[in-house]
Design a protein around this ligand. Structure first.
Ligand code: SAH
Length: 254
């Protein structure tokens, strides 16, 4: 890898759009994170994106695109508790942690080596507001310290929306928000997820174009779900079942 400092122009522009300063501390944190990502990605598969420009656009800027909704979910919550389910390399959790140090953020992933990477990131960037947990959502969501305890949940590229909803809503307190950045053309996926939403107490709050599309370079959709009613105790189902038999499908087959 070259020693050229990584270009953070798009991160800077994304922050400017939200009226956020690009402080030397933030610049340093994004640069360190980018360097660690590129280094570790040579050894373990953290992201399919190899080029820095694509990583900056698709991972960093796309994470920062969620900021207005993050702030809305966290309004008057001190501290605001957020969980990033299936965080992978820390997307969107790490970029959000860098610009919102007051949030208490849990990064959750079922793959141990990704959690080892994230522990390194947390240490090197001194993110005292972030904890990385190696567990499956199906298991952690039944633990009292985590069930119904978060104001905000995020899940990017985790699964079909019906599955993602089952793996995130149980973590939310009543009124909490779940943010799902998705691709374009998701009408069918939305329709297929209606039974899961109804069963798990979720209410579709917004389906809108993900902001900063010009900087991200692709059109994405943001799905926002509100935990309107408590999630019934049996959910999420056993590990693997939410992905294997998404809720609507089960009822159609039965
Ligand atoms: N959010 C990241 C990673 C997406 S890949 C991004 O947008 O780039 C999906 C990740 O979810 C993988 O790292 C995988 O290990 C994790 N994952 C899949 N099912 C999971 C589950 N049931 N519980 C916890 N993590 C899960």
């Amino acid at each position: 890898m070259s020693d050229e400092p990584l270009d953070l122009d798009l991160v800077q522009q994304a922050l400017a759009r939200w009226g956020e300063p690009f402080t030397p501390e933030r610049e340093h944190a994004f640069r360190q994170y980018g360097q660690l990502l590129l280094q570790w990605n040579e050894r373990i598969n953290l992201t399919g994106l190899a080029e820095w420009s694509a990583i900056q656009r698709r991972l960093l800027v796309e994470s920062l695109a969620l900021l207005p909704w993050v702030d809305r979910a966290c309004e008057r919550k001190t501290p605001c508790r957020m969980i990033d389910v299936g965080t992978g390399a820390g997307i969107p959790g790490i970029p959000i942690a860098v610009v919102r140090p007051s949030l208490a953020i849990t990064l959750l992933d079922a793959t141990a080596k990704k959690i080892r990477f994230l522990e390194t990131v947390v240490r090197e960037l001194r993110l005292s507001n972030v904890v990385a947990i190696h567990e499956r959502a199906e298991v952690l969501a039944h633990q009292p310290a985590h069930r119904g305890r978060y104001h905000l949940a995020t899940a990017r590229a985790l699964a079909h929306l019906a599955t993602a909803v089952e793996l995130t809503l149980p973590f939310l307190a009543r009124g909490g928000l779940a943010l799902f950045p998705k691709g374009s053309g998701i009408e069918q996926e939305l329709a297929e997820s209606q039974p899961a939403l109804a069963l798990l107490g979720g209410e579709l709050l917004a389906v809108e174009p993900l902001p900063l599309a010009d900087l991200v370079g692709t059109t994405s959709t943001l799905v926002v779900v509100r935990a309107a009613r408590p999630c019934p105790a049996p959910y999420p189902r056993r590990p693997g079942i939410p992905a294997k038999r998404p809720l609507g499908e089960v009822s159609r087959k039965e």
